[in-house]
Design a protein around this ligand. Structure first.
Ligand code: TUI
Length: 312
């Protein structure tokens, strides 16, 4: 499955694993890369030395390309940006902001830079300052999201830039990948389905919550604070949305979410913790290895559109 993205990154399939906070650590990233996709380590709000260690551990498990996702709201973003260069990381993706100030340093070091964007304006800005490709992430995605759906965001960004575009948000099977190609994308990024893979180290309760969730179980908290976050509904989202509707302060709301993702991922508290996942959680029915998942995705996509000119 060769596209501009596989050629740019030196990978077999244009399938990228999302750099999910607390979830995307080196076991998962290495397994995805070994299966022919691009694995990512999610730096989230972790200190730079944690990221350095993760990169070194991933290199012990794979000789294939992998990357690091930097969450730009992190207090450690500046230091993590330097670790990328120091540890010779081949690919960096960014989220929750603009990575403009790091671009020159990364480009000079030969790092491939792929900002995750949720708007046409940021996509254009990122192309101007040297992005090698872009992830266009629709609001079906889990975690911190923008306003537009994948269906409308991807074609607009494809029309607005010349660099290859990777579609994210709502993709969980070969139908989603085929659709992404038809919207003009040259690859996909998937998060939620990779959470339930054997190599993903999250608590089993987190995986079970995804497997059991249905179409109506997805919620967005934090629209009123300007930090919309998608997660699977539970006591936490219910309380949050009630507080939000009653006009609670930013501080009060922050208090409720502080450490809530860790609570779900590490402690397995899927009642009071934040179970971030995309709307595609409802389409995820089965746990499997990263290799089985990627092989299945490629087979499903081939059955729909192989030979139609979207990839070689
Ligand atoms: O970043 C993500 N998804 C994330 S980050 C994250 S960690 C977190 N945890 C709790 C609260 C908040 C974050 C969990 N999920 N996806 C990429 C993404 N980037 N989605 C939306 C954006 C975005 C939003 C606004 C990018 C840029 C932006 O504005 C920047 C500008 O300067 O215009």
């Amino acid at each position: 499955m060769k596209t501009e993205i596989t050629k740019l990154l030196g990978i077999e399939y244009p399938i990228i694993q999302g750099g999910m906070a607390w979830v995307a650590e080196y076991h998962l990233a290495a397994a995805v890369s070994n299966a022919g996709g691009l694995g990512l380590i999610g730096a989230a709000s972790a200190p730079a030395e944690w990221v350095r260690e993760q990169v070194r551990e991933a290199k012990k498990l794979t000789d294939k390309p992998f990357g690091v996702n930097i969450m730009l709201m992190s207090p450690y973003a500046d230091e993590v940006a330097k670790v990328i260069v120091e540890e010779n990381v081949q690919v960096v993706t960014t989220g929750a902001g603009s990575p403009e100030k790091y671009m020159e340093m990364w480009k000079n070091a030969g790092v491939k830079v792929i900002p995750v964007v949720a708007s046409v304006a940021l996509a254009k800005r990122m192309e101007r300052c040297g992005a090698d490709a872009l992830v266009a992430e629709g609001c079906e995605a889990g975690g911190h999201i923008g306003e537009n759906t994948t269906m409308v965001l991807v074609p607009q960004i494809v029309d607005a830039v010349d660099v290859p575009v990777i579609a994210a948000g709502g993709v969980a099977d070969g139908r989603g990948i085929a659709a992404a190609f038809m919207l003009g994308a040259k690859g996909v990024q998937m998060g939620t389905h990779f959470v339930v893979t054997d190599e993903c180290q999250v608590h089993e309760n987190y995986k079970d919550k995804i497997i059991k969730s249905k179409d109506i179980d997805s919620r967005v908290t934090g629209r009123s604070t300007g930090h919309p976050v998608r997660a699977i509904r539970n006591d936490m989202t219910k309380k949050y949305i009630e507080l939000e509707n009653s006009g609670a302060s930013f501080e009060e709301l922050e208090q409720l979410t502080l450490g809530s993702l860790r609570k779900a991922v590490v402690d397995g508290d899927v009642v009071n913790g934040s179970v971030m996942a995309g709307q595609s959680a409802a389409m995820v029915k089965e746990k499997m290895s990263c290799k089985t998942l990627i092989d299945k995705l490629v087979k499903e996509t081939d059955e729909l559109i192989k030979g139609a000119g979207f990839y070689e």
